[in-house]
Design a binder for this molecule. Sequence first.
Ligand code: CP
Length: 320
Amino acid sequence: METETVNWTRKHLIGLEDLSRQEIELILSMARSFKSTIDRSRKKLPALRGKTIVNLFLEPSTRTRVAFEVSAKRLSADVITILGATSSQVKGETLKDTALNIEALSADMIIMRHSAAGAPLYLSRMVDIPIINAGDGAHEHPTQGLLDAFTLMEHLGSLQGKRITILGDILFSRVARSNIWALTKLGASVCLAGPTTLVPDAFREMGVDVCHNLREAVTDADAVMLLRIQMERQSAGHFPSLGEYTSMYGLNKGRSDWLKPGAIIMHPGPINRGVEIDSDLADSDRSVILNQVTNGIAVRMAVLYLCMAASEPVAGALPL
Ligand code: CP
């Protein structure tokens, strides 16, 4: 048994833009400890026993919602999930009233996904309990950025000087933004790739490179992270058709010959097979896509523990 000293003061996790490198490394270090508990026959830790966590998902999700639920239960919290379509939001209740009522029902934390950028920050100013952002519009998806960094470090070691290419719909991607903040703070060199309409030059202001040629973007990469074209966030035609996007920027087994021998393929999911990536590559030995999903449990256990501990006493030192 060993314990970790928690040097963390944030009760909300809204995004990675505000986090220091040390704070990101603390989360990843704690996640490594939690990951070592996942394969045990007795998986539950008592750390959040007696706490109630509400999963408020007002946009669709599979991976993030389930991973947060599993993570909270592994820490012995009680979990209640509220989905937009079955909540009183459909009767016109405001987001603020929804959150105030959840707080009045004795919840200790809200994990929320919302289509509007800024919704979690807004709620963090309305309630006293911790708010964890599980994705807000095209703004941030901090736990995805953290689990991607965690997975990259498992495969590449330190990210200092490593080249990571993020390819696809950058403009509308909260995953891209959270990854840019996390990876650059951890010392990686980030290249954003795709058509000019989806990867505008303005992104260079975030300290990254921009490239519109697929082959150039992937040849020196240690990892290539593919992103789905988010049709639900696009109101204008940013490319002629999905077929034409695939012909120029889709990654397949043949084009994977352009990658360095040890380079890995990542994708936050959901995958649109045959559009941004072909099945034979998504399911190949280069792919760490399902590792990303599994790592989401350990990373979210770390986030839940740290933010809850910063808000109110938890069940003593962390037994690992
Ligand atoms: N990566 C991700 O956010 O997936 P879900 O939309 O299924 O949660």
